[in-house]
Design a protein around this ligand. Structure first.
Ligand SMILES: *C1O[C@H](CO)[C@@H](O)[C@H](O)[C@H]1NC(C)=O
Ligand SMILES: *[C@@H]1O[C@H](CO)[C@@H](O)[C@H](O)[C@H]1NC(C)=O
Ligand SMILES: *[C@@H]1O[C@H](CO)[C@@H](O)[C@H](O)[C@H]1NC(C)=O
Ligand SMILES: *[C@@H]1O[C@H](CO)[C@@H](O)[C@H](O)[C@H]1NC(C)=O
Length: 471
């Protein structure tokens, strides 16, 4: 206990000195976060019993995150009989991963007697093995996007007797959206929702939650700042050329990424857990801001379709590896999504996604695409994946089966509502010739009984004012 007290004092001191130094140098205080924690903690502990203060250990904040060693399926990965199978799967996917390298490193590691070299070979072997994608479901189509299998089409395409406008045209005309003149405020691929769109966003969140919380999901408020190891554990890269996850400057903030989807912190929530078999499946849901570095030059994806940040209601499930119970969860998620998009009156289709589209973690993935009438294309509004044990092996999420043995869980994720794209589908499909938009009936109660979108009261125009700096 005395150690933790002296540590506390020391870090408060360090923080203060640092802060003072920064003030003098007029630089942003680098360890501000740390300092705040110290203040908070001394507030928390002052006037309380010592027992409580000793329980709050600062070590978790100062020492690096240590993940359990990844328990890969070596029986499969290192089995000579699986090589062809794995090689074919890599070929069917994006071609990432080298199973021959994995096997070669594994052999060298086994033959090596020098303990230091052995350790190094083991690390290299694991790193190579982590690049091998999950097995694909036997029923998943093989090939690229064009091989997606149409499972079902819901609703019918509306016939317009006028040329439908885009969500950006409608939003800006009525004063509910701003996607231009943002460069000095936020940069490209961002937007402001105003009035009607901002209320529509909240209504969609509340409607979606009211739906899924009735179905046994537990709502979780998630942190959007997460450790890169959790992101990697979910199967996303955090370094390299094509990385789509934002990472804060490590010199200033340490190891911090911005979550690209709530699935990341939700998966991280179960890190190192052993779940009770009787309580499976566990269903959780979160509303979060999602941050994506990706860009696109495709014309259809301009506007609010592909953006750097947006709000999403996400479902996440953890279950056992039992196929009989397991398959149900994926279809349950798909059923919920179907219900939501049908009630919103959208015209959409469900696709069984082919191998190239599965990413590394998923063994099967179903996308839902809504018809976007202005630019006349199917736009992805939801994606649901069965990741089997890919994430749970990396994040050490287990359950004890009926025989008392520890087994890795299966994780399933699915989009309940990605806000900007759902707004786009609603606004474009339900626009009237007079320029107004009729809201889906299920949203009325969440919109103070407003039934349609008309011109905003706060419709101001932005004027650029040239100013010169006076000396
Ligand atoms: C992926 O899926 C299978 C089960 O479908 C599992 O046994 C295997 O270990 C997983 N592969 C990886 C590389 O995690
Ligand atoms: C899977 O479920 C079946 C039927 O409920 C059961 O007999 C079997 O033991 C389960 N397997 C595991 C690994 O839990
Ligand atoms: C996921 O896929 C595996 C492998 O095909 C299957 O056994 C399991 O039942 C599926 N789980 C879910 C939740 O769909
Ligand atoms: C679900 O997980 C898979 C694999 O991690 C990922 O590719 C997909 O984007 C996730 N879907 C959502 C909606 O987060």
């Amino acid at each position: 206990m005395s150690r933790s007290w002296s540590h506390l004092l020391l870090c408060c001191l360090k923080g203060c000195i640092h802060q003072a130094g920064c003030l003098f140098q007029r630089m942003p205080p680098v360890h501000n976060r740390h300092l705040k924690w110290c203040r908070l903690n001394s507030q928390l502990t002052s006037g309380r019993k010592h027992k409580q203060s000793a329980e709050i250990s600062p070590s978790e904040w100062t020492s690096p995150l240590q993940l359990e060693p990844v328990e890969l399926d070596l029986d499969y990965l290192c089995n000579p009989d699986s090589v062809q199978d794995i090689q074919n799967n890599i070929g069917n996917r994006k071609g990432v991963g080298d199973i021959h390298l994995v096997r070669k490193l594994y052999e060298c590691y086994q033959q090596e007697t020098d303990p230091i070299k052995r350790q190094d070979l083991h690390r290299k072997f694991i790193n190579a093995a982590l690049n091998i994608p999950n097995r694909s479901h036997p029923l998943a189509p093989i090939g690229d996007e064009s091989k997606a299998r149409l499972v079902e089409t819901v609703g019918t395409q509306r016939n317009f007797d006028f040329e439908p406008l885009t969500v950006v045209e409608i939003g800006e005309k009525l004063g509910h959206l701003r996607t231009d003149k943002l460069t000095h405020t936020t940069g490209p691929k961002t937007y402001f929702f105003k009035d009607g769109f901002a209320k529509l966003e909240q209504a969609l969140i509340r409607y979606t939650l009211s739906k899924i919380l009735k179905k046994g999901f537990q709502l979780v408020g998630v942190p959007e700042l997460i450790h890169p190891d959790i992101v990697e554990g979910c199967g996303f890269k955090t370094t390299g050329e094509t990385v789509q996850v934002y990472r804060l400057c490590p010199e200033t903030y340490g190891q911090v990424c911005l979550a690209g989807t709530a699935e990341m912190p939700l998966a991280g929530y179960f890190l190192n857990e052993v779940l009770d078999h009787k309580k499976l499946p566990v269903r959780v849901a979160a509303v979060s801001r999602c941050y994506r570095a990706e860009t696109s030059g495709v014309e259809e994806e301009q506007g609010i379709y592909r953006v750097h940040q947006f709000t999403k209601v996400e479902m996440f499930g953890v279950t056992d590896g039992n196929s009989s119970s397991g398959d149900n969860l994926l279809s349950e998620f798909i059923g919920i999504e179907k219900e939501i998009f049908s009630e919103l009156g959208l015209h959409f289709r469900i696709l069984d996604m082919p191998s190239v589209e599965l990413g590394a973690p998923a063994c099967r993935k179903f996308d839902m695409e809504a018809w976007m009438p202005a630019k006349k294309f199917w736009g992805e509004i939801s994606s649901t994946s069965n990741c089997t044990d890919f994430q749970s092996r990396r994040l050490n999420i287990k359950y004890r089966n009926n025989q008392g043995n520890l087994r890795h869980c299966t994780t399933v994720n699915g989009t309940a509502c990605a806000i900007p794209r759902t707004i786009m589908a609603i606004v474009e499909n339900f626009q009237e010739k007079d320029g107004t938009v009729l809201f889906p009936k299920v949203l009325w109660e969440f919109m103070d009984d407003r039934t349609q979108l008309s011109k905003s009261y706060h419709h101001g125009k932005i004027h650029w004012i040239k100013f010169s700096r006076s000396k």
